[in-house]
Design a protein around this ligand. Structure first.
Ligand SMILES: Cc1cc2nc3c(=O)[nH]c(=O)nc-3n(C[C@H](O)[C@H](O)[C@H](O)COP(=O)(O)OP(=O)(O)OC[C@H]3O[C@@H](n4cnc5c(N)ncnc54)[C@H](O)[C@@H]3O)c2cc1C
Ligand code: FES
Ligand code: FES
Length: 1349
């Protein structure tokens, strides 16, 4: 055996980067290198980002290229670098985003198009998006649209709503991408010749946000070649075993099967790591340590693909993406009857994980790690697959059965054995095989329940000869309904058999009411729903198979031919078929600029994001990308594991023993104020939520700090926690006073009503899930207590203030800098200041720079969420649908500290009327104090909750009166000049215009009729459509928040530096500020630069939030530029023919206040908001009644955006906000244990929308010819408004459900809570299957999770 110590792990030729990610990945490498395999090569590439560290977000995507010396083939594939063990990369070429292109050399067409199509906002996901596409193009230079969308399955973006990303990548597709507006013959992109003008009712409207004619051509021949030295190395090292010896772990990559077997005998406990997607997570999350790891990647026997008489034999190290390609080839080349198992596997592979994981994970790893929700194992088992095992004792075969999957000792592989290959048999003529899975998100999400079913009939009959049904996601392993299947053998395939099968399966497959993962009744319902689908699929297949003598089979005729016509059969067959992820199409229509506007004036044009190209090349620097500072320490925090407890003791003695640990910092180390009067930075005597920071460990490296933090022991004395709104109401536990607004005479209103209804609604919270976790770097300057604080905050001056007060020094010693933030959505307003305090106290104590980058799970635990909401309504209305009185009581779960909760409940109360004029109206709101992490600001600030609730009681009126919901909305909607319930005047004309325009643009009525027709034809799938109006307000109800300042420098060379108080969060504020400066100074954009936000240049900046950042800062920039331009005017007049540079140089030689708002809560009146934004969205969906899945078919949004400074930025905000709203209202679920611990702490458990969730057709129209005189250039803030419009999907689903319930004779006044998940959809579409599942009486068991809203 040849041993190499510390070999060159990576070849870094010009095409390859090392495993990038700057500091993030340096830490990651140490983590991943299996103990002390410390890497010595320089890590200076910061393009690759770390968003989650567990393979779930795709921000860290790189391309791996390998050379196989045997087949002489080069393979390129995308991979999550956060899961890649460094040692596995030996001999591979790793291409990071830097290797694709850069502004210093050449920008790659992928990067260029992504930037020009506005595919990046905060930019944190962008390098990963580029790399996924790059890997695809390396393999398929002209990919299909299906391949393009599949390539992005594993990449999450929280900002853009994905549409522009797909749009940019469409340009690479080797096929026409226009949908012809699904048959209308119109071009959906409407981009003849790029950005095109079109006359829309005579208004100058424009569509298209980029010009494809400007794109550089894509030329695959220009790509870097695989480094020849790596080919040579692969050739030379073929016979050599590679051993990497670290402090705690040895990594061995044997060169032959024989050697692998010897090693497995010597180290029977050593895992055989291929993709590391299972072992890696066990090590990262589960804390598992492996002293020896075997890596069999170079062993050719494990990579074989053989067509045998019985089936396909596939090497165990074959990756799942390769398996997919192999199966696809087999399916296209073999007779259909032989490939039923392959087709079932392909069905699961289509939605299993993302392309990066599919490219890493191996067949053998999948089989052996056998997670309960792994999707391929049930199919392999029902398909009677066989494992070919080898050990030093010899070869043997074992069947892949349910016993194997449940880990039965006598059916398992032995510790010294490895799987060499797997035989996946051909199916038989009379075989039927199906696979099912239902997840919280259609792609890149583990199944909630999956299943594979196979039936074999006696040839030519419908008599069951063999039946096999397996389920995943029910227990800790895949389970089999073996006994049920045995009992059904010999039965005919008919309805009686189905009923019996359901009863047997529900009796055999037990799911405890306390089962981990919750959703117990839903999971039970899926067991039988899948069975029913299988039943129908087989029936459908039998019809084809035995059509000749079908009519002679009495039982079959019972169902198919005698009682039910072909047409009716089709109706029931709608249970079959899955929703496909089709490439989205869309239009974006906005107001054109005045034809008189000078061409150099960029205002009103869809200018590319100022950092767009740098996002795409990975050159954009975020807090964690900053180079390590000399002497820098890393910080990790120790958090409370109890929701409410006294701290009895903190014992850090063991932490100090961890090598590299420098200090442990607690509240007693804070020289000044430990946070604020409302919230402490470090807990002192008591903890008030799980996740509260108690102390921090600083160490030489990140991993050492984390190890140290794990060793700190905290002793608690537990106290009773309050966790839910219900509990808080019971205990009278509130923050602040009740907020109330009342209009008219509520009692009289109810007395005059024809009818009164009452109801309730729960709306769950929402995680911000910005892609960049909170980050801070504190650098003491060494003089006068000065400190630089680099933070990913939305609120620079608050960071400065809290750090100064914690260190008991003046604010003028603290310099807070923000280059850019990788998404924030309100989650980085308050908490970053506390993170900065903790790092600053540590820096102060140690005298060294301190970096504190939160892990995704810590970020999600500590930062808090959107407030969970509970509302009660009482609404009085006339029989014709007019609402005459509404009495609303709203509660939010504020968590353990006030944070922004009082403002959120105020906004909920003030905005509860949404778009409706209710003559007698009362809203009361309370913020409940509980022992959950403190909830905080989130895009929309309470309006998404109050708006959804308002639309719910309006919908309830429609249901009760039997009127169409749009009619009830229309008749109660504000019109013309009006006042809000708190007596603020506004003009609702544009609300009405948006409504009419959206009805027309979405073809609402014709599509509603078509949906109704569809619903008549389809029993198990239903369509729904809803149109929802919105009255949103920008800004805050206090004038104070509308201040801004800017500093504009003009340098001698004519270049301009703009600084302002706003933070670039991805919302394009810097781009807009550059556009403002360009117009005001009358210089091209290329002259102007924007460097960072900093407290040294702009003091006392207010939070960047509330949709008004661009306006208030824009006014400040405008003001500053106008002052400077005025000063230059005399010089310009003296030399009118001169150039800008001349005037500036001559000048050198010769020497707003914001919006007024207020709210008087005593009088319940005010001018609470600067202005109103109106919008209307119409969405159409299709639901699967048996699984609860849904497909977003189309959304049309009409928005009263007035004159947009940058339509690309504003449309991006609307689309991104809308998709975030779709997540909030239909998908994103925060799960909390009965003890108050949040379970959902990463992309594995918390699902935000992915590419597959955006509407197939997604149109955004700006209302033509509208103005907003009080805002800069007559614009309106679009940052938040889009979120609420996501509720149109909620109500479209409701519409579909209503159609189901009507058809089934179920009560139509049903209650839906938010999010309207697959679980809720399924359970509310009640049927025989939901009737037959066992139910447990609440209170007789301890549930896995609780409802905190
Ligand atoms: C983000 C993410 C998303 C995912 N989504 C899904 C999903 O949607 N559906 C789904 O089904 N799965 C999903 N998975 C799980 C994934 O399918 C498995 O982790 C993967 O298949 C394991 O393969 P691997 O090569 O990475 O295994 P490794 O982690 O390398 O190894 C796993 C185990 O297999 C053993 N092993 C490997 N090869 C052999 C062999 N030849 N002989 C003996 N033992 C062997 C190892 O000893 C080890 O114990 C997801 C995983 C991640 C990280
Ligand atoms: S950081 Fe690797 S997938 Fe999220
Ligand atoms: S641009 Fe995609 S996460 Fe921000």
């Amino acid at each position: 055996m040849n041993t190499e110590n510390c070999p060159p792990l990576l070849n870094t030729s010009q095409m390859t980067g090392d495993l990038g990610g700057g500091n993030a990945n340096k830490r990651e490498m140490e983590n991943q290198a299996f103990s002390s395999l410390t890497t010595s090569f320089a890590v200076c590439l910061t393009g690759t980002k770390k968003g989650c560290g567990i393979g779930g977000c795709g921000a860290c995507t790189v391309m791996i290229s390998t050379y196989d010396p045997v087949s002489k083939k080069i393979l390129h594939y995308p991979a999550n670098s956060c899961l890649l063990p460094i040692c596995s990369l030996h001999g591979t070429a790793v291409t990071t985003v830097e290797g694709v292109g850069s502004t210093k050399t050449r920008i790659h067409p992928i990067q260029e198009r992504l930037a020009k199509c506005h595919g990046s906002q905060c930019g944190f996901c962008t390098p990963g998006m580029v790399m996924s596409m790059y890997a695809l193009l390396r393999n398929h230079p002209e990919p299909s649209m299906e391949q393009i969308t599949a390539a992005l399955d594993g990449n999450l973006c929280r900002c853009t709503g994905y549409r522009p990303i797909i749009e940019s990548y469409k340009s690479f597709a080797g096929e026409p991408t226009c949908c012809q507006l699904r048959g209308t013959g119109q071009c959906c992109l409407d981009q003849e010749g790029g950005v095109s003008s079109s006359s829309d009712r005579g208004d100058r409207m424009r569509s298209g946000l980029c010009n494809p004619e400007e794109f550089q051509p894509a030329d695959p021949s220009q790509e870097f070649i695989f480094p020849p030295e790596l080919m040579r190395m692969a050739q030379e090292q073929q016979g050599r075993t590679l051993v990497f010896q670290g402090e705690r772990t040895m990594w061995i990559s044997p060169a032959s099967l024989r050697e692998l077997l010897e090693l497995k005998t010597k180290y029977p406990k050593a895992p055989v790591v291929v993709g590391n997607t299972s072992v890696g997570l066990d090590m990262k999350i589960g804390g598992v340590h492996h002293p020896v790891i075997l890596h069999p990647d170079r062993i050719s026997e494990l990579r074989i693909v053989n067509n045998t008489n019985n089936g396909l034999v596939i090497g165990a190290a074959c990756r799942l993406a390769q398996l997919r390609d192999i199966l696809m080839k087999a399916v296209s080349g073999l007779p259909e009857e032989k490939t039923k198992i392959f087709c079932a596997l392909l069905q699961q592979l289509r939605t299993l994980a993302g392309e990066q994981i599919r490219s890493l994970a191996s067949l053998g790893g999948h089989i052996v790690s056998r997670g309960s929700t792994w999707d391929l194992n049930p199919v392999l088992a029902v398909g009677n697959s066989v494992l070919n095992l080898t050990s030093t004792d010899g070869k043997r075969q074992i069947p892949l059965t349910d016993d194997f999957l449940s880990g039965c000792k006598n059916a398992d592989i032995k510790p010294n054995e490895i799987i060499v290959s797997v035989l996946i048999p051909y199916s038989k003529k009379d075989d039927f095989v199906s696979a099912f899975r239902q997840a919280e998100r259609r792609k890149n999400a583990l199944s909630i329940v999956n299943s594979a079913m196979r039936v074999l009939f006696k040839p030519g009959t419908n008599v069951i000869m063999d039946l096999n049904i397996l389920y995943g996601g029910i227990g800790s392993t895949t389970v089999s309904a073996r006994k049920s299947c045995q009992k059904l053998v010999g039965r005919q395939w008919n309805e009686h058999m189905l009923g019996e099968a359901c009863r047997l399966v529900l009796g055999e497959i037990f799911l405890s009411p306390s089962a981990p993962g919750g959703k117990v009744e839903y999971r039970r319902a899926l067991l039988v729903s899948f069975l029913f689908k299988f039943y129908l699929q087989v029936l459908h297949g039998l019809k084809i198979l035995v059509s000749d003598f079908l009519r002679q089979i009495s039982e079959l005729t019972l169902f198919m031919w005698d009682r039910i016509s072909e047409r009716a059969l089709c109706k029931y067959m709608s249970a079959l078929g899955n929703f496909e992820c089709r490439p989205p199409q869309g239009r974006q229509v906005y107001q054109d600029v005045d034809p008189e506007q000078p061409p150099q004036d960029p205002v009103g044009h869809p200018i590319m994001h100022q950092s767009g190209v740098k996002h795409a090349t990975g050159e954009a620097v975020y807090c964690d990308d900053m180079h390590p500072i000399d002497g820098e320490l890393s910080l990790a925090v120790v958090k409370s594991s109890k929701a409410h407890a006294k701290i009895v003791s903190i014992d850090a003695s063991e932490a100090f023993k961890v090598p590299g640990v420098v200090d442990v910092v607690t509240a007693s180390d804070v020289p000044g104020e430990n946070g604020t009067k409302n919230e402490k930075a470090f807990a002192e005597e008591e903890v008030i939520c799980v996740g509260q920071i108690i102390c921090a460990v600083v160490a030489e490296s990140d991993i050492q700090a984390k190890r140290g933090a794990e060793k700190v022991k905290i002793q608690y004395e537990e106290l009773e926690p309050i966790l839910t709104i219900e509990d808080a109401i019971k205990h009278n536990s509130y923050i602040g006073k009740e907020k109330k607004v009342e209009k008219g005479n509520i009692e009289k209103g109810f007395n005059s009503a024809d009818e009164i209804i009452e109801g309730e609604m729960h709306i769950g919270g929402q995680e911000h899930f910005y892609l960049e976790p909170n980050s801070v770097l504190v650098v003491p300057r060494g003089e006068d207590n000065e400190m630089d604080v680099y933070s990913s905050t939305q609120y620079s001056s608050n960071v400065q203030e809290l750090v100064a007060s914690a260190l008991d020094i003046q604010s003028n010693k603290i310099m807070c800098h923000i280059k850019r933030v990788g998404g924030a959505f309100g989650g980085k307003i308050t908490k970053p200041s506390y993170f900065a305090v903790i790092a600053a106290v540590a820096a102060n104590k140690t005298g060294r720079p301190v970096r504190f980058i939160l892990e995704r799970h810590d970020d999600m635990l500590i930062v808090g969420n959107r407030h969970p909401f509970f509302g009660k309504y009482k609404v009085g209305f006339m029989n014709d649908g007019r609402i005459v009185a509404a009495d609303i009581q709203a509660y939010i779960n504020a968590g353990c500290t006030p944070d922004e909760s009082e403002m959120v409940i105020e906004f909920i109360v003030l905005k509860m009327d949404n778009a409706y004029k209710i003559p007698n109206f009362r809203v009361r709101g309370r913020a409940c104090k509980t022992h959950l992490p403190s909830n905080t600001a989130f895009r929309g600030f309470g309006f998404p909750q109050s708006g959804l609730f308002a639309e719910t009681w309006v919908t309830a009126v429609a249901t009760q009166t039997g009127l169409p919901p749009e009619q009830v909305r229309d008749m109660n909607m504000y019109e013309g000049l009006n006042v809000t319930p708190f007596k603020e005047q506004f003009d609702a004309t544009n609300l009405r215009k948006c409504w009419t325009e959206c009805l027309e643009k979405s073809e609402y009525y014709s599509r509603k009729t078509a949906a109704e027709e569809f619903n008549k034809q389809n029993y198990w799938k239903k369509k729904g459509i809803a149109i929802i109006p919105m009255k949103f307000t920008a800004g805050f109800n206090k004038t104070f928040y509308h201040q801004a300042a800017a500093l504009v420098h003009i340098y001698k060379d004519g270049s301009v530096l703009v600084t302002h108080g706003g933070v670039e969060l991805g919302q394009g504020i810097h781009t807009k500020m550059l556009q403002v400066a360009s117009r005001e100074l009358k210089v091209p954009l290329s002259y102007i630069h924007l460097c960072e936000t900093s407290t040294t240049t702009v003091p006392n900046a207010l939070i960047t939030a509330g949709s008004v950042g661009s306006e208030t800062n824009g006014k400040a920039v405008q003001d500053a530029c106008q002052i400077l331009r005025k000063r230059l005017e005399p010089i310009i007049q003296k030399n009118p023919e001169g150039k800008w540079e001349d005037w500036v140089s001559a000048a050198c030689l010769s020497s707003y206040r914001g919006y007024v708002t207020y709210m008087n809560w005593e009088k319940e009146e005010g001018h609470a908001f600067p202005y109103f934004i109106f919008g209307v969205a119409c969405s159409e969906v299709e639901i699967d009644c048996l699984t609860g899945d849904h497909q977003n078919i189309r959304t049309d949004i009409v928005m009263d955006a007035c004159f947009s400074i940058n339509p690309a930025v504003d449309i991006g905000q609307i689309e991104g906000g809308f998709i975030q709203g779709v997540g909030l209202f239909t998908m994103e679920e925060i799960k909390v244990s009965p003890e108050g611990k949040q379970y959902t702490l990463g992309p594995d458990t918390y699902k935000i929308p992915a590419v597959c969730d955006i509407p197939e057709q997604f149109n955004v129209y700006f209302l033509p010819n509208t103005r907003n005189p009080i805002a800069i250039y007559s614009s309106k803030g679009m940052g938040e408004a889009g979120v609420f419009l996501g509720s149109s999907v909620f109500f479209a689903i409701r519409d579909a459900i209503a159609s189901v319930r009507k058809e089934r004779g179920l009560p139509e006044n049903f209650t839906l809570n938010s999010p309207l998940t697959t679980e809720q959809i399924r359970m509310v579409c009640a049927d025989d299957f939901t009737e037959m599942i066992p139910r447990d009486k609440p209170g007789t068991y301890k549930p896995w999770d609780i409802e905190v809203a």
